[in-house]
Design a protein. Structure first.
Length: 392
């Protein structure tokens, strides 16, 4: 594929801006748990299924849709994905009942599942190998930036004007992003064509799938806590609208910091070492949430370093996958994106069970135990890859 040396920077940041919208729409429900629960007279755990249902839909649909559209120009696929995401946001904003809300979240997840993996594959294709970690971190930057502004803003809007207006905000931004895709992504941009047959071949590669599933193992414990962070802070720290928005803002600033740090760590230390360090950080940090309440400054510090560790892993994971299957980058990135939401769904579901059985203060301990499992996973898959001669 010919590379225009002036194109990658503009293209990557346009895709990153679109990922900001997707990240906002995906995770905005973290700040809407209580308002949605009140609106539909359901439990907090039931409201948490808005995240779980989105995650399950993404995990199932993303690899299928990316593979099925592998021969279509990348601009069209990206625009189609963003258009579906916008329709899903509209459905959420005007949903008359809970089933419609869940269905709309599934449609939004399908659109996001087409957009984000293809954006990552395009970024990898137009970037030189030596700078690929930073480039991938930049395109994911939008997702982490959504944690800074999108999720706190959505929470504030939901508590001030109603939860439906938060989805209206996502809808407006998604429509703007659709225009950005059509204007900024070059016409005729294409990569190595992929198909459902390629998906089937990748699924038969047991080692590759095991490495993909590290993403789920890493993120699952995080979402045990993150899905229910709002009620946790309300019940233990007495935080209302402004306190929750402030914590989410701190989480978001740290996410951006971690995203950029993770890309540099991947290029400097290598993917596996970076992932081991991040797992160890989570093993230490997450049980601290079971010690709430404590001083606000202490809470803010824990949230910052926790979020930074959470969001620093993606560049290393994508580099690792790309090295294992360079010819099927789009499919592998779609599976990795699916694994993100397998982890999200699993974490949210486990968090709901822990909440109902043991209470909010058990969430941190459960997250720490899960992080130990993620550490074991990366060490095991690295050893298996070395024995197979596929990783150094």
């Amino acid at each position: 594929m010919a590379k225009d040396t002036s194109a990658p920077t503009d293209l990557i940041w346009a895709l990153s801006a679109c990922n900001f919208v997707i990240g906002m729409g995906a995770f905005i429900v973290v700040g809407l748990i209580d308002p949605v629960a009140d609106a539909f007279t359901i439990s907090r755990a039931a409201a948490g299924w808005l995240m779980t249902f989105y995650a399950i839909s993404y995990a199932i649909l993303s690899p299928l849709l990316v593979s099925a559209t592998g021969a279509i120009g990348r601009r069209r696929v990206l625009a189609l994905g963003m258009g579906m995401f916008a329709l899903g946001a509209a459905g959420c904003a005007f949903a008359p009942n809970l089933p419609t809300l869940y269905a709309s979240r599934a449609l939004a997840a399908a659109g996001a599942g087409m957009f984000t993996p293809v954006a990552a594959a395009v970024t990898a294709a137009v970037s030189p190998a030596a700078a690929r970690g930073r480039a991938l971190a930049n395109v994911v930057f939008g997702l982490s930036l959504a944690q800074v502004f999108g999720v706190p803003a959505g929470s504030w809007v939901a508590y001030t004007f109603g939860w439906r207006m938060a989805f209206v905000m996502v809808l407006v931004l998604a429509l703007i992003a659709l225009v950005v895709v059509w204007l900024r992504v070059p016409k005729g941009l294409s990569l190595q064509p992929v198909s459902l047959r390629d998906l089937g071949r990748v699924l038969k590669d047991g080692l590759l799938i095991a490495v993909v599933l590290f993403t789920a193992a890493f993120l699952g414990p995080i979402y045990i806590i993150y899905t229910y962070l709002s009620p946790l802070l309300t019940d233990t720290m007495g935080f209302g609208r402004d306190g929750i928005a402030l914590v989410l803002l701190i989480f978001g600033i740290a996410a951006v910091t971690g995203n950029q740090l993770g890309g540099r760590m991947a290029d400097a230390l290598g993917a596996v070492k970076t992932l081991v360090i991040l797992c160890l950080a989570l093993v230490f940090l997450m049980p601290l949430f079971s010690a709430l309440p404590f001083a606000k400054l202490g809470l803010f510090a824990v949230v910052f370093f926790w979020s930074m560790s959470c969001w620093a892993f993606m560049a290393s994971q994508q580099i690792r996958l790309l090295a294992l299957a360079p010819e099927e980058a789009s499919v592998v990135f779609a599976l990795n994106a699916a694994a993100i939401y397998v982890g999200t769904a699993t974490g949210a579901a486990v968090g709901g069970l822990v909440l109902e059985q043991f209470g909010l203060l058990a969430l941190g301990i459960a997250g720490g135990i899960g992080a130990l499992g993620a550490l074991g996973h990366v060490l095991w898959t690295h050893r298996a890859a070395k024995l197979a001669g596929r990783e150094t």
